[in-house]
Every structure is written in C-alpha cells, then in structure tokens.
Design a protein around this ligand. Structure first.
Ligand SMILES: [Zn+2]
Length: 389
C-alpha cells in the first residue's frame, strides 16, 4: 500500500481535490481518493508537486507505422502524405517490430495506459501481447472497388483471428477508400456482434470535394494507383453525410480527425441514430495539413470527445499531454479539466473499459500520472507528465 499526495488530485469523475491523496495497493488498484483532512491510512506517503490524474487513453494510433518517424515530409497535405506512407511503409520486419516496441515504451513513459490502435497487418501483435498497455486493435479495411469488397472483408476476418484473443474489431479506413459494398459488409458484421468502429473522417478539404463533385486530388491518387473509379458518382454532399447511413447503429463509432467537419455536418449526424464519438489528433493535423479542426463546434453538443496521437508517421511523439497543450494554445478557453476528460475517461468509455480505466475511483486500476510545470492550471511549454504507476 502506498499514498501519493499532490497540490491537486483530479479524479476526473469528481471535482479536483486540493492537497489530495491517492492510495493504491501493490497491484495499482485504488483504495481511496481523499483530501488531507481524511483520517490517514497506514501507508507511506510520497509528497509531490503538481497534479495527479488518471493514466491517459490514446484512442488513435498506428503502432505498425512507427518506423516511418521523420520519413514523411510535413505539411504537404493528406494525399501526398498517403502516397509517402505507401512508398515508405514496406520495411524489414525486424525494423517494424523494433520501432513499434520503442513506440509502445514511449507511450508507457508518457503516461498512456490504453491505446486504440489501427492495424492493417499482424506486425504489431508481438508488441501488444507483451505490452503493459491495454490495446484495442481496429483491423482496418481499404477497398474502393465494389468487386473486391467480399475478398477484402474476408481478409480482415482472417487477420482479426490472428489478433484474438487480444481485443479487436473490423473497421472501415475512410469514406474515400471504402466502397459502399464494403461498408455494408462491415455494417452487417457490426449489427450482429460486438464490433467497435473507428473511421478517419474529413481529414482534408479534398475529401469533401471528392464526395460532393468528384473533383480534387483523390482522383489523382486513384489514377496514380491505376484504380478505375468510374463506378463512383458525386454525392452532392460532404463525405461524412454520405457514409453515416452506411454505419451500424448498434456499436460505438469513433470519427477521427474531423479537420474539415462543419456545423452542417454535425447537425446532419445528429439526425441519425448512430453512437458517434469524435477523436481529435491536433498534432497530426498540423503535421499533415497545417490546420486544426473547429473543435469548439463539437463542444456542448452532447458528444463524447477523445484524443489521439495518430502514428509517428505524422507526429514527432506519442504523447497525449502534447495534444492537450496544442489544443489549449490554440483555444485558450478550453480548460485543463475538460482536456483531462477527453484524454482519460472519454476514451475509456468509447472503448468500453471505463469500469477499470479513465478515473481515479476506489476499485479501479487506471494508472496514475503526475503533471508538473503548470502555470496555475494551464498547460505551458514546460508542463511535463511523469508516470507514477
Ligand atoms: Zn490515422
């Protein structure tokens, strides 16, 4: 048994506690969260400067792309980014594995305890099997040609079997890379059994242009891959509006990035009976497109908002605190308590593990982070996270 005392404890499920004390057992399970006036427990107390919060939940990563760190040029736009990733992603298996292992260690050091991870291959399985972090793997499908939908889906089922018994589900990659037919197969699969969905959404303007008018750089992308997309007709509305009806209403759905999602899209989504969560990955958006989503539009709408790092192909580090810092710098009105909710309990809730992770409550083992170097309760360039448990 051990107690940690800090200037503030943020349980996330309750108001911050000044001079709060968190006591844990030797397995990291929380025994109590109290203020300093509560009767002391018979445990050694470590006095810390800063705030204590639960371990972070990273709801969007691609561990298998970790070897692409510093390979892809910044701020060239999504289509060039995709082409670069395709060019560089093939690499020696041991390099891929080594870099994935380093990325897993980096997330651990940065106080991340849970990861929602996109997987197109089995490369990350060995890391996940032995990791101290909890992973949910999204087996991601690509395939814009309707004739290939069944084969693509069956390959995903086979890959998912390789991941089991690790937590995993089958998911579509993005509106521009998945045919209606493949969307329907995933929808049917999701309607009958537990199958979390995570889909890249409106990461650039051209995704909307492609869906509205069939114009823009996605045509060039398909031409460069030699893929005939004559079957695709412009839909006269934004991508998300076109694919929402193709998504299951039985499962939680994470829309990731949302860089070019507007208020009309949000209102459209509201009219559909879908369990939508929104994930923001601001540092990846700056890396790829040098722009950020209009995060304020999503707030106060009743949506569960989560944070992600994306992969080291589009980020210099895998650190949820750094994502919070970027958001607070750009939108100072968003306070620390809100950012902590996004970076902890909301991700745990989406992934269905909030009984164990995401808040400081007796009986849970959510991990424990110390955040120091704050200016009052504001994140600064000097703010750091240290993993306590
Ligand atoms: Zn991604």
């Amino acid at each position: 048994m051990k107690s940690f005392k800090a200037d503030y404890v943020f349980p996330v499920c309750a108001d911050p506690i000044k001079n709060g004390i968190v006591t844990v057992d030797d397995k990291g399970k929380i025994l109590s969260v109290t203020d300093q006036n509560a009767p002391p427990l018979d445990a050694p107390v470590e006095q810390l400067s800063g705030i204590i919060c639960p371990g972070f939940v990273n709801t969007h990563c691609h561990l298998e792309l970790s070897h692409l760190k510093d390979k892809v040029k910044q701020q060239t736009g999504l289509v060039n980014f995709i082409m670069d990733v395709q060019k560089f992603r093939g690499a020696d298996g041991s390099l891929v594995l080594d870099e994935a292992q380093k990325a897993d260690n980096e997330m651990y050091e940065n106080g991340i305890v849970v990861v929602g991870d996109i997987s197109n291959t089995n490369a990350s399985i060995p890391v996940k099997q032995t990791s101290k972090l909890y992973y949910h793997s999204f087996i991601e499908t690509f395939g814009f040609l309707p004739t290939q939908a069944t084969d693509t889906f069956n390959r995903a089922l086979a890959l998912m079997n390789e991941f089991k018994p690790l937590s995993c589900s089958i998911t579509p990659h993005a509106p521009y890379s998945v045919s209606k037919e493949l969307f329907r197969l995933i929808q049917r699969h999701s309607d009958t059994g537990h199958n979390l969905i995570s889909i890249h959404n409106q990461e650039c303007d051209d995704e909307n242009k492609f869906y509205r008018y069939k114009s823009g750089s996605f045509n060039d992308l398909y031409a460069s891959f030699g893929i005939d997309i004559s079957h695709f007709k412009p839909q006269a509305r934004n991508s998300v509006q076109s694919v929402i009806p193709l998504l299951t209403d039985k499962q939680e759905i994470l829309l990731v990035h949302n860089t070019c999602t507007n208020l009309k899209d949000i209102y459209f989504i509201k009219r559909f009976d879908r369990k939508i969560n929104f994930c923001f990955c601001p540092n990846a958006n700056l890396y790829i497109e040098n722009r950020l989503p209009k995060i304020e539009l999503f707030m106060g709408q009743g949506y569960n908002i989560t944070l992600g790092t994306d992969s080291l192909a589009s980020n210099t580090k895998l650190c949820i605190l750094s994502e919070m810092r970027t958001i607070q710098q750009k939108i100072p009105s968003i306070n620390l308590a809100t950012l902590l909710e996004w970076g902890t309990i909301n991700g745990a809730r989406f992934l269905g593990i909030d009984d164990e992770k995401g808040t400081l409550e007796a009986g849970k083992a959510p991990g424990l982070n110390l955040i120091s170097g704050l200016d009052g309760l504001r994140i600064t360039p000097d703010t750091k996270v240290k993993r306590l448990l």
